[in-house]
Design a protein around this ligand. Structure first.
Ligand code: ZN
Ligand code: ZN
Length: 303
């Protein structure tokens, strides 16, 4: 895709104005959503939940839908995720894989209901279900998986659970590769210093798509903005970064001159909805060396 098309599709118009110049208030509106259906070669990202721990009337807990190569992947499953996926047109049994960044409830509070609804929709709409439909959930550390299995057992009063929905524990490193995407997890210190056994870890994820696009999800980070630079050193088309746990200067310092084509900031508080946010974000993004924008629930971007 040509650079011009890339910028256009990514809704970069407002962000580009923010580089090294003044971002006018009227330019800082969220980019227009495209009405075009995604092409098979596109990587489509739908922001389903962009709030941090405190929801607002229009923004819910963390969840992002990544669609590429005809497959559907979810990063985090905050509590509104079932409604948000359905509202954005996804038939739940078409969801293949879920990656949870870390065991804080604003990132997985909707997981059990999502699994239940996935199974329920599969049962009541059998003609729409694709052959071999299954749901795999990837969670950082065996502690996390064991805890959720215990909750699941309490709910079902049995160890038996449909084998088509599986919980997998991962450690830092390559955690998934279906030939369509490869996912690598990088640990960070959002949940405090990492334990030596890597249990109960917080992760950032690099998604490398078969179409050549690379997307990095920061997940939640520490106060030091400890974005794992190893994951972006080869260059990324998009960084999806949180925007709540650190002083902005830390991000400016860490992201300086990194090979990032575009940054979407999510997981932010309502401070970025209050009067004057446009000016504050323009001042911030002008100090970054990559174009950046703030995204909100139901925003769609193509890479
Ligand atoms: Zn969070
Ligand atoms: Zn967190």
């Amino acid at each position: 895709m040509e650079r011009r098309d890339f910028f256009k599709k990514m809704g970069l118009f407002t962000a580009m104005l923010g580089i090294g110049g003044k971002l006018k208030a009227q330019d800082a509106k969220p980019a227009e959503k495209t009405a075009e259906p995604p092409k098979e070669t596109d990587t489509k990202i739908t922001f389903l939940g962009t709030a941090h721990g405190a929801v607002t009337p229009t923004r819910f807990h963390s969840a992002t839908l990544l669609q590429v190569g005809g497959k559907n992947y979810l990063i985090d499953a905050g509590d509104a995720v079932c409604g948000q996926l359905t509202k954005n047109g996804l038939f739940l049994p078409d969801l293949n894989t879920i990656f949870i960044t870390h065991p804080h409830l604003d990132h997985f509070g909707g997981l059990f209901m999502l699994i239940q609804q996935w199974l329920f929709h599969k049962q009541i709409y059998p003609k729409r279900v694709k052959e071999g439909a299954h749901l795999d959930v990837y969670l950082g550390g065996q502690d996390f998986v064991d805890t959720l299995k215990a909750v699941r057992k309490g709910y079902y009063r049995s160890d038996k659970y449909p084998a088509i929905t599986a919980l997998h524990a991962f450690q830092p490193g390559e955690i998934y590769n279906d030939g369509n995407i490869k996912v690598t997890a990088y640990g960070n210190d959002h949940m405090g210093r990492r334990k030596t056994d890597n249990s109960q870890i917080a992760s950032s994820f690099l998604f490398e798509c078969a179409n050549g696009k690379k997307i990095f999800f920061s997940g939640d980070l520490s106060r030091e903005y400890d974005l794992p630079l190893d994951g972006i050193k080869g260059g990324v088309d998009l960084l999806v970064s949180e925007l709540v746990h650190y002083p902005l200067q830390k991000a400016i310092d860490r992201l300086k001159d990194q090979p990032i084509k575009k940054i979407c900031f999510q997981h932010h508080g309502d401070t970025w909805e209050r009067p004057g946010w446009e000016k504050r974000f323009a001042d911030f993004s002008a100090k970054l060396t990559s174009p950046a924008e703030i995204v909100r629930d139901n925003d769609v971007r193509f890479v």
